[in-house]
Write a protein that binds this ligand. Sequence first.
Ligand SMILES: [Zn+2]
Length: 66
Amino acid sequence: MNCKNHPEREAVYFCQKTKQWFCPECGSRCLSPKAYCKFRLDCVIWIQEHERDRAPEKDSVNHTSE
Ligand SMILES: [Zn+2]
């Protein structure tokens, strides 16, 4: 399958709600984040979008060697 918006690109994300495929660029955001979606808990687009948002402190892990 190829991206809905970019027919020349290979799609990697599938929106189960709209049943459409998207490339990494188009699929990096949920199309309608405010709307109810019964597939959300299982949606790779939704999951990776939120993991990106709540991971800014990745490098601030303190090593307590005492
Ligand atoms: Zn695309």
